[in-house]
Design a protein around this ligand. Structure first.
Ligand SMILES: *[C@@H]1O[C@H](CO)[C@@H](O)[C@H](O)[C@H]1NC(C)=O
Ligand SMILES: *[C@@H]1O[C@H](CO)[C@@H](O)[C@H](O)[C@H]1NC(C)=O
Ligand SMILES: *[C@@H]1O[C@H](CO)[C@@H](O)[C@H](O)[C@H]1NC(C)=O
Ligand SMILES: *[C@@H]1O[C@H](CO)[C@@H](O)[C@H](O)[C@H]1NC(C)=O
Ligand SMILES: *[C@@H]1O[C@H](CO)[C@@H](O)[C@H](O)[C@H]1NC(C)=O
Ligand SMILES: *[C@@H]1O[C@H](CO)[C@@H](O)[C@H](O)[C@H]1NC(C)=O
Ligand SMILES: *[C@@H]1O[C@H](CO)[C@@H](O)[C@H](O)[C@H]1NC(C)=O
Ligand SMILES: *[C@@H]1O[C@H](CO)[C@@H](O)[C@H](O)[C@H]1NC(C)=O
Length: 507
């Protein structure tokens, strides 16, 4: 969990007449995304994992305590953050690569398109993992589509040189998106490099060398395990490997920021750091629990000294990234009849913390991860409560290929089969079997273990959140709006009056 920082609620009383748009100054954006990264950072009070570069970035900006992805799955999360539309609205229902084969709708408007229309040069380095190409066109592109993902996503020396190449050739304004592949697992694709590719480029025989990387190794018994992982030796070995990979991510961020400085743009570039989804562990990625959707996030703006080295507890969503970046460039997001986005600009937070956060909410929409993993969920989270709608609740919660092979999951599975203690805070049976509705009071139950949906005293909150969720689903044209107990009819004679027609399946 992320503990509150004691100095966090410093509300600035000065009236900040800061003009975000219409700036005559030429400004830029550098967006850095970790792959399956979590809170293994000094800035988030992890005292073991060494992340001096990320910590420095956090000190130089505003650190988000409550930032969330709208979907805990790689391609869907990236498509949502680049379009400002949730998974069910942009069409990227699951993973993009191979047999999974998902794409956004061809006509969605994405950040690179919007910025291109305004003469801003766009670049992507590293993991793209979204398509089709026409929907996500970047002027400069060095991604897994025509490079080795290890080189453009994990070789921080290579990434440094590509960053230099992009920045050196930018004369006007730019938007550079760097998708690091660290700290993603690689046990299922490149086991020769270890569970997290933690040996790739470390200079040992057969591993190659990444000249700029100084690997940091951790003792399994000295780690700080998150509460939602089993406290076993297998898990500790797994997390130690993850931490080593985070040292490469962290040093990569340091090199990228160094390149930004060398290019002369440190004082006119908004730097954003976040991650696409939860960590690749049980209860993490692919879940709507906080451990699956809560993300690290830093916004570092050279034009906003007001809240440097502070923390915000305001709820933020990766759906806010498009409105934030268009606001930063002074672009009117409502032009061109695009669907009205439900996110909001985060720039006002760089000036002051909102006085009243009680009405805030973030929303989530998950459909699949791998193509076999049909498990649609919808979620709304306020400061106090979380409501999850498990639409396919008769099916067991699905497990992906990558997680299945991980030592942590294998350990839980083996111990469960052998009827031994798993040292986990849940049973596999509990994890696989979920009710249609889950409601948690996060104030008293941050671990989301006590579902209060059936409590009489919760009925008001339950109804209110159901209404908020359903309103959001309507505003974002959710095809699942009537699922699973009714069929949505919206064509033919229902065109002007779409309806949910009941199935009488409420057993
Ligand atoms: C910014 O530009 C918009 C339209 O281009 C204009 O309506 C608005 O008044 C401008 N704001 C400021 C503060 O100049
Ligand atoms: C990858 O493709 C982009 C164009 O989409 C091109 O500019 C770049 O040079 C290519 N890189 C490699 C290594 O082929
Ligand atoms: C600028 O871009 C060109 C073409 O992509 C490349 O050959 C050149 O090396 C770049 N400049 C620098 C200094 O990286
Ligand atoms: C990383 O990239 C650098 C620069 O391109 C290269 O010299 C080095 O061999 C690469 N390392 C690995 C492990 O591929
Ligand atoms: C770009 O590269 C050229 C030569 O490669 C160099 O002279 C110039 O200083 C570089 N510019 C920047 C902004 O790094
Ligand atoms: C950026 O601002 C800092 C602090 O004011 C200053 O020391 C530095 O020289 C500036 N860099 C550029 C490229 O203007
Ligand atoms: C789980 O059991 C299998 C089969 O006995 C074994 O090969 C594997 O090493 C075990 N994994 C762990 C993490 O204990
Ligand atoms: C909860 O509400 C139901 C229906 O209104 C009622 O039958 C039941 O007795 C209530 N339970 C408690 C514990 O108040």
């Amino acid at each position: 969990m992320i503990r509150s920082f004691s100095f966090m609620l410093i509300i600035l009383t000065i009236n900040c007449a800061y003009i975000f748009g219409n700036s005559t100054k030429k400004v830029n954006v550098l967006f850095i995304l970790a792959d399956d990264g979590g809170f293994e950072m000094g800035a988030y009070r992890n005292r073991i994992c060494q992340t001096p570069n990320l910590d420095r970035l956090a000190k130089n900006g505003l650190l988000f305590n409550k930032a969330f992805t709208s979907v805990s799955s790689c391609s869907p999360s990236r498509a949502a953050l680049l379009t400002g539309m949730p998974s069910h609205q942009n069409g990227m229902y699951g993973l993009h690569q191979g047999v999974h084969h998902f794409d956004s709708f061809g006509d969605v408007r994405s950040l690179p398109q919007i910025l291109k229309e305004h003469g801003i040069r766009t670049g992507i380095i590293g993991k793209k993992h979204v398509g089709p190409e026409a929907a996500y066109p970047f002027d400069f592109s060095e991604t897994e589509e025509n490079n080795s993902i290890l080189q453009v996503g994990r070789n921080i020396t290579h990434i440094k040189l590509l960053t230099r190449q992009f920045l050196n050739n930018s004369t006007g304004q730019f938007f550079l998106y760097i998708g690091l592949h660290d700290p993603h697992r690689c046990g299922h694709t490149n086991p020769e490099y270890g569970q997290f590719c933690q040996h790739f480029g470390n200079g040992e025989p057969g591993m190659g060398l990444i000249p700029d990387w100084h690997p940091i190794y951790y003792q399994p018994d000295e780690l700080q395990l998150p509460y939602f992982l089993p406290n076993t030796w297998q898990t500790r070995l797994d997390v130690a490997a993850q931490y080593t990979t985070i040292s490469r991510l962290d040093q990569g961020v340091g090199l990228i920021l160094q390149e930004l400085k060398a290019s002369g743009h440190e004082n006119d570039t908004l730097v954003i750091f976040s991650s696409d989804n939860g960590i690749p562990f049980p209860n993490g990625r692919t879940n709507m629990y906080d451990t699956g959707v809560q993300e690290p996030m830093v916004l570092s703006s050279p034009l906003h000294p007001q809240r440097k080295n502070q923390v915000t507890n305001s709820l933020a969503s990766l759906l806010d990234v498009v409105p934030t970046i268009t606001d930063w460039f002074g672009i009117d997001g409502t032009e061109k009849n695009e669907p009205v986005l439900t996110g909001k600009s985060l720039l006002p937070l760089l000036v002051k913390e909102p006085a009243d956060k009680s009405k805030e909410a973030v929303f989530g929409s998950h459909n699949l991860h791998e193509v076999t993993m049909y498990y649609p969920m919808r979620m709304v989270r306020t400061q106090r409560y979380k409501l999850i709608h498990n639409i396919n609740y008769y099916s067991p919660f699905p497990i992906d290929q990558d997680l299945y092979l991980s030592p942590t999951f294998q350990d839980i599975l083996n111990n469960t089969i052998m009827n031994k203690n798993t040292y986990w805070y849940k049973s596999l049976q509990q994890y696989y079997t979920r009710p249609e509705w889950e409601l948690y009071d996060l104030k008293y139950d941050p671990e989301e273990l006590n579902n209060i949906v059936k409590k009489n005293s919760s009925s008001y909150v339950f109804k209110e959140l159901q209404q908020r969720l359903s309103d959001w689903q309507k505003r974002t044209n959710d095809p699942w709006i009537c699922s699973p107990h009714a069929v949505f009819e919206d064509t033919g004679s229902f065109k002007s009056n779409p309806q949910c027609l009941g199935l009488d399946n409420l057993w």
